[in-house]
Design a protein around this ligand. Sequence first.
Ligand SMILES: [Zn+2]
Length: 125
Amino acid sequence: MALCNICGMMYAEDDADDRKIHADEHKKLAKGVLPYKVREFIKAAGFAVAHNDGGLTRLQNSENREIGKLVVAFSWWNRALSQGIPTKEFDAYMKAHLQFADALVSRKGEAEARIAIKKWERYAG
Ligand SMILES: [Zn+2]
């Protein structure tokens, strides 16, 4: 079984049905649908700020640090969608941009990650 770090789905890479279900999920995401854990994080962050009751501090844990980078990458994808990026580029774009977000956060490999996303810079308006 493989765990996809973009959609969060567990799937068997050697199972044709699983691969199809997974590919169909990515087609939806490529059109702008957000994965469940991204939607939940956005709501939690929004309410945490709106309530101003320490919720942001409670959100700061290691699992949410990964989701945080995913939220940033989906935000970049949404901007690229609005700039007309072809949806077939979703997987490659997300992989490269997750690595870029990782590099920014870890302060390691930023120059290489920046080169990897350069081909999409026209969609970053
Ligand atoms: Zn996936």
